[in-house]
Design a protein around this ligand. Structure first.
Ligand SMILES: *[C@@H]1O[C@H](CO)[C@@H](O)[C@H](O)[C@H]1NC(C)=O
Ligand SMILES: *[C@@H]1O[C@H](CO)[C@@H](O)[C@H](O)[C@H]1NC(C)=O
Ligand SMILES: *[C@@H]1O[C@H](CO)[C@@H](O)[C@H](O)[C@H]1NC(C)=O
Length: 303
């Protein structure tokens, strides 16, 4: 018997690989790429398929971009994981109320207790989806007909990155105005990736209340709708015309006013001059003319 066992022992020394295989821990996972919505529960599945040891050593690590930290170590959940997670069926890790900060690769490591060199590990890549929040929108208040205009919409919390749609008076705009007969008279394009709504030439019919919706796999959110007014250049001309009329009217009023004052002044002067009239016969005619003028002014004013 002893003789027979010797070759096997020798074999174990010569081929350590064989020994590893005999004592190997085998791990499997039902899902190595779990995707979970923020604030929900997720199970990082790590299952011992086979092991020769009755008392394996189990560890969970979070592999961050900068540092690796222990989640489960020395049979204990570390730090705040103690309040947020639990081990399920001995090796799987359940995280309650996942947050976006939990997005990472987690490594489940199981070793045979007697010899820590013998073990297995499995990496779980956890993806956390985040609902978009209300996007920030920028809409120009008023644009003249024929000019270009750009409306902005952006959201930065959502994951995966949201796509955008624009709405006018609660009606969704097509990505290209030319693609719809209803918007044939408009000239705009919507970029669902950048959230830009660009009008190359704003038309009167483009006035309205604009709002944008950011949407991803787990939710959507809107910005408050905002008014964009398109003013006609004809209206501008009318307004200009009105201003000119007002200007002319006020100038006329000022003119009448001055003339009236001048007239009064002339009246006084006339009274003063009447004493002098005998001395300067020429002045009589002059004053008479003025008097006539004054009279005309007065009469026109009355009319
Ligand atoms: C989940 O976590 C968030 C942020 O840490 C917290 O505000 C929220 O109250 C938690 N929800 C539950 C049900 O524990
Ligand atoms: C984890 O999964 C995401 C989404 O599938 C992928 O983009 C990323 O590269 C993966 N990370 C690793 C370390 O495998
Ligand atoms: C587009 O403009 C034309 C001419 O101004 C008008 O007759 C037509 O009704 C407009 N179409 C729409 C959809 O508003």
């Amino acid at each position: 018997m002893a003789l027979r066992r010797r070759p096997l022992l020798l074999l174990l020394l010569v081929f350590p690989m064989l020994r590893y295989q005999i004592l190997a821990v085998e791990l499997i996972s039902t899902n190595v790429n779990p995707v979970v919505q923020e604030f929900q529960r997720v199970e990082l599945s790590c299952i011992i398929a086979s092991t020769k040891t009755a008392d394996p050593r189990i560890e969970w690590k979070k592999i961050g971009n900068k540092e690796t930290s222990y989640v489960y170590f020395k049979n204990k959940l570390q730090g705040d994981w103690a309040h947020r997670a639990q081990l399920l069926s001995r090796t799987s890790l359940v995280i309650y109320n996942v947050t976006r900060a939990d997005k990472a690769v987690y490594r489940c490591e199981v070793a045979a207790h007697e010899d820590t060199r013998i073990g297995a590990e499995i990496s779980i890549n956890l993806t956390v989806h985040v609902k978009p929040v209300a996007p920030k929108c920028r809409v120009p208040q008023s644009v003249p007909v024929g000019k270009s205009a750009t409306l902005h919409c952006q959201e930065k919390e959502g994951f995966p990155e949201p796509t955008y749609n624009w709405y006018r008076n609660s009606e969704m705009l097509p990505l290209d105005s030319k693609s719809s007969s209803k918007f044939q008279n408009s000239s705009f394009k919507v970029d669902t990736k950048t959230g830009l709504l660009v009008f190359s030439e704003v038309q009167k019919g483009d006035s309205g209340r604009y709002s944008c919706r950011a949407m991803n796999a787990v939710g959507d959110a809107w910005c408050d709708d905002m008014e964009m007014e398109v003013y006609d250049l004809n209206i501008a001309a009318i307004v200009g015309g009105i201003l000119v009329v007002i200007g002319v009217l006020s100038l006329t009023t000022v003119g009448i006013c001055c003339a009236y004052r001048k007239g009064l002044f002339v009246n006084n002067k006339q009274n003063g001059n009447s004493y002098k009239t005998p001395a300067k016969p020429d002045g009589v005619n002059y004053i008479r003319t003025d008097e006539e003028g004054d009279f005309r002014h007065k009469s026109s004013f009355v009319i």
